[in-house]
Design a protein around this ligand. Structure first.
Ligand SMILES: Nc1ncnc2c1ncn2[C@@H]1O[C@H](COP(=O)(O)OP(=O)(O)OP(=O)(O)O)[C@@H](O)[C@H]1O
Ligand SMILES: [K+]
Ligand SMILES: [Mg+2]
Length: 677
């Protein structure tokens, strides 16, 4: 539902609402937040007063001219407000549809193992609720009992249900999603008003939109320029008087508005909102505009191997015995070590065994204590009641484990390990106490198109580092195949945070993706942390972005969107300031031409009359804003290249274009205005 809503670009309602909002936003209290446009508003009011009471201010007043200046200024304001309102519109529409999906539901709260029916809004952190088939999950939380398939389409737009189960990385559930089969017990993790849907609503609504550091810096620059031009224009009047030219106040105001950076001043906030909106269209929730901008400035990207660069459905595809062991023996121990291993890798071992028509003695595992897989130990297995310890895991970890018990390492182990690893596969060694029986070959493939994407990232100047718990040879093979710049093998969760800190110490901005609880610290440390929606609540809370589709490779596109946002802002700032230069050449010669004939040398545009020159420049200044709204909303065309190349390309297109466009535009408007003034 969200998705359909997102796909719709500009509806008639959104445009209609934006027209209304552009008038509402004329409220000086609102305008004050944008100093450039606030100066325009004050100018507009002054011109209005001069037009209405010409005698009172001692100006003879040319009614037609003054009125035209007034309306042009008014439309300059309305156009700028319209740009912002339009950019906000889509988010507001999404928020409305989310709000309507947030119906009041009842919850089955567990109180001393009895069920009490309460309203969802009354649930607090720590409460436990039972959710049955067909019921709505009343709040964000973690499954603490049971397993269920959940329809999350209300937030992700994805209609296929997902499995949620107690323990592990798939236990987090979101309020407003629906249990489609089975029954779960959920421990609530958010208080009213702080839920995921609440956060989504305030995000798309822009309620919490704060200016980013970049925007604040640019705003300061624009305000300084405005103050400088204000001084220039104010001091121009006495200077002009001195040379015998009397300049009326509306003319001075028109000149001021033409010189101050109204184009970027009017479009700045629309550019920021539209940038965040593009991220949302992409089914990624950015917690702040700052996060999106940081994505555009990333120097280093840390990527997981399994599931990000490769498909990640690592499946057992071969049993490779070593030493004296045979396939049946190896397969049986591999299976015994996996009976309770719920990871996809563990389950695939049992499937491969069945597929090959092999078997194992299930009775052996009864009463045994299961050793769960941990990224720290890189092993899983079972301790049998007869005293034997069965393990499978990374070759290095199992080797150490066997050596510690005084075992010997079969010669063929290295050989087989290298064969599997150099094909990009993950070898898992299987051992019982001090004896290694052989290897399980876990197959995984690099996603298509990865090489091209890393090539693009490199041309943007971004270094990619692949982190994997896998052995160095497998890591090297996949790294080469995918074309990443660097890799870290046998990495533990804490290694990621170490890489991030090291890069940041060199002044670099780092992006990473993650989904597990143990990724949370690194997600928080990274400048851009993209958590998967399927991941744990801890990861989602630590990250500053959440991918609703849970596709870790999306970080690459998010970076592109961030870059595009920064580029669009840079391009339009360049264009705006270059534009003002051209307007200066249109107006100044026109103003002084009569008194100082030498000035006509500067009148390169050969504009009709001083008055028409001023009006043409002012009208151009107003209509350039709506003309640039589509560019501000869509972003400038983006090609991956280094920042230096980008800068010179943009200076050429938007700088030169910004100087030339007004000459043509003003001349054209002047020809029309001159017919009538
Ligand atoms: N179910 C399992 N039982 C035993 N060992 C496993 C299991 N799953 C993975 N391993 C071993 O542990 C290593 C680390 O796994 P982990 O999931 O932490 O990292 P990874 O998936 O290889 O890397 P990535 O960071 O790219 O996801 C694997 O390379 C493999 O050798
Ligand atoms: K301007
Ligand atoms: Mg993994």
């Amino acid at each position: 539902m969200m998705n359909q809503q997102r796909k719709k670009l500009l509806t008639r309602e959104i445009v209609g609402q934006a027209v209304i909002d552009s008038v509402v936003k004329l409220n000086p209290k609102v305008m004050m937040r944008n100093p450039v446009m606030f100066v325009v508003e004050i100018g507009t009011i002054v011109v209005l007063l001069l037009t209405m009471f010409p005698g009172y201010f001692g100006t003879e007043g040319r009614l037609g001219f003054n009125l035209t200046v007034f309306f042009t200024l008014l439309f300059t304001l309305l156009f700028a407000n319209f740009a912002e309102a339009l950019a906000e519109g889509r988010g507001k529409a999404q928020a409305d549809s989310l709000k309507s999906s947030k119906r009041e539901v009842a919850a089955n709260k567990l109180v001393d193992s009895k069920i009490v029916i309460v309203l969802a809004a009354e649930l607090r952190k720590g409460d436990r609720v039972v959710v049955e088939q067909g019921e709505m999950i009343p709040g964000d939380g973690e499954v603490i009992e049971g397993l269920a398939s959940v329809d999350e389409s209300a937030i992700t737009g994805e209609s296929a249900p997902v499995i949620k189960e107690a323990g592990g990385d798939f236990c987090s559930v979101t309020g407003g999603t629906k249990v489609v089969s089975d029954r779960i017990v959920v421990r609530i993790t958010s208080d009213p008003g702080e839920s995921f849907i609440d956060r989504m609503i305030s995000l798309v609504e822009g309620a919490k939109r704060q200016k980013t550091p970049n925007e604040i810096a640019l705003n300061t620059l624009l305000t300084s320029l405005t103050i400088i031009f204000l001084l220039v224009v104010v001091t121009l009047a006495p200077i002009a008087d001195y040379v015998g030219v009397h300049i009326e106040i509306p003319v001075l105001i028109a000149l001021l508005v033409c010189l101050i950076p109204t184009t970027i001043g009017g479009l700045l906030s629309a550019i920021g909102i539209a940038g965040m909106d593009r991220v949302t269209q992409f089914n990624v929730l950015a917690m702040s505009g700052k996060a999106v901008e940081a994505a555009g400035d990333i120097n280093t990207m840390i990527l997981d191997k399994t599931g990000t660069i490769t498909f990640g459905n690592r499946m057992a595809s071969e049993f490779a015995p070593v030493g004296q062991a045979d396939v049946q023996e190896l397969a049986a121990w591999a299976a015994i070590s996996s009976v309770k291993d719920e990871t996809p890798e563990g389950r695939s071992v049992l499937e491969l065994m069945k597929l090959q028509g092999l078997s194992y003695d299930n009775a052996l595992t009864e009463g045994g204590s299961f050793i769960e897989f941990k990224a720290e130990t890189r092993m899983s297995g079972i301790d049998l009641t007869d005293g034997r310890h069965v393990r499978k895991g990374s070759v290095d970890a199992v080797r150490q484990w066997v050596l510690a018990q005084g075992g010997e390492i079969p010669e063929s182990l290295m050989q087989e390990t290298n064969r599997i690893a150099s094909a990009g596969g993950t070898p898992l060694a299987v051992a019982v106490d001090s004896r290694i029986f052989g290897l399980i070959y876990l197959k995984d493939t690099v996603k298509p198109g990865m090489k091209e994407r890393f090539e693009q990232l490199r041309s943007m100047g971004i270094r990619t580092v692949m982190c994997t718990g896998d052995n160095p040879l497998t890591a090297a093979t996949i790294a080469r195949e995918a074309g990443v710049d660097d890799f870290i093998a046998e990495s533990k969760p804490e290694d990621k945070i170490a890489v991030i800190r090291r890069e940041q110490a060199e002044g670099k901005l780092v992006a990473m993706t993650g989904d597990g609880t143990n990724d949370a610290p690194a997600l928080a440390q990274a400048d851009v942390g993209l958590a998967m929606n399927s991941g744990t609540n801890a990861a989602k809370e630590a990250a500053n972005m959440i991918d609703l589709d849970s596709d870790p490779s999306k970080i690459i596109e998010v970076v592109a969107i961030g870059k595009q946002l920064l580029m669009t802002r840079g391009a339009l700032t360049t264009f705006s300031i270059a534009n003002d230069v051209a307007k200066y050449f249109a107006i100044i010669p026109a103003m002084f031409m009569v008194a100082i004939p030498a000035m006509s040398a500067l009148n390169v545009m050969r504009l009709g009359s001083p008055m028409s020159a001023i009006l043409s420049a002012l009208i151009f200044n107003a209509i350039i804003i709506p003309l640039l709204i589509p560019l501000a909303m869509k972003g400038v065309a983006y090609k991956p290249m280094s920042s230096m190349k980008l800068l010179s390309r943009n200076l050429l297109i938007y700088g030169l274009g910004g100087v030339l466009a007004p000459f043509a535009g003003i001349k054209l408007i002047d020809m029309l205005v001159h017919l009538w003034v």
